[in-house]
Design a protein around this ligand. Structure first.
Ligand SMILES: [Fe+2]
Length: 230
């Protein structure tokens, strides 16, 4: 049974937003929205005749502000974020194994800490939305927001790589123009975590990364703790 699926992009922050919906009932879920794109997302939901049921964030983002609070004000959607994030304004404190239904379909929450301690991946109908944990041929940074190399390694190599190889991977961002991958492809080809890398090899690769703080860190994190309504 196929779902309605759209991948949307924010040029300013390189963020992918995803829409999944049940074509029979019109119930829909938005994943990782961007506040500046609220009209685009609401417009698409309306054009397609969908009913927005949930607005989910894979984690408390440091690089953009979520549109979750605005979308909740303007629809009847419920906001969901991982429980460890302590986002008090969220209606759903998401936990590992939790299942959210939309029409005839189910989205399953998979706790994948590592980039932050809040990170959740979302699996539905052969697709996994990996936020800033697993990227196409890369993974998210682990050097702030309770990031952890140990947790990242386990989340990716055990939990995500344990999904069926044909599962399509949809990341939270991409900086090189890639849009999607598959679990089998990343298991073989991911330069940090694929090809049977040991934890020591992974840690050495992460130590080579030299990244400045995200541009919006001090704006985005406090705003996202208030569902973007700050
Ligand atoms: Fe992030």
């Amino acid at each position: 049974m196929s779902i309605l699926f759209r991948q949307l992009f924010d040029y300013e922050t390189w963020t992918y937003t995803y829409l999944v919906a049940c074509p029979h009932t019109g119930e829909a879920i938005l994943i990782d929205t961007v506040r500046e794109q609220v009209e685009r997302d609401l417009g698409l939901v309306k054009e397609l005749g969908l009913k927005l049921k949930y607005v989910l964030d894979t984690h408390v983002h440091a690089d953009h502000v979520t549109a979750s609070g605005l979308l909740r004000e303007r629809t009847s959607a419920l906001v969901g974020v991982g429980k460890p994030g302590g986002v008090a304004c969220a209606d759903l404190q998401l936990e590992d194994g939790q299942e959210l239904s939309y029409g005839r379909h189910v989205l399953r929450v998979i706790a994948t800490p590592g980039h932050t301690n809040t990170c959740m991946s979302f699996y539905t109908e052969g697709r996994v939305f990996t936020g800033d944990v697993l990227f196409v041929r890369d993974c998210g940074r682990t050097d702030f927001q309770e990031g952890s190399n140990e947790k990242m390694f386990e989340s990716v190599t055990v939990k995500l790589f344990g999904l069926p190889e044909e599962t399509m991977v949809y990341p939270g961002h991409d900086y090189k123009g890639h849009m999607a991958s598959s679990i089998g492809e990343e298991k073989r080809l991911n330069p940090k975590l694929g090809g049977g890398k040991t934890f020591e090899e992974f840690r050495a690769k992460m130590a080579e990364m030299k990244l400045g703080p995200p541009k919006k860190l001090h704006i985005a994190v406090p705003a996202n703790l208030k569902c973007g309504l700050e």
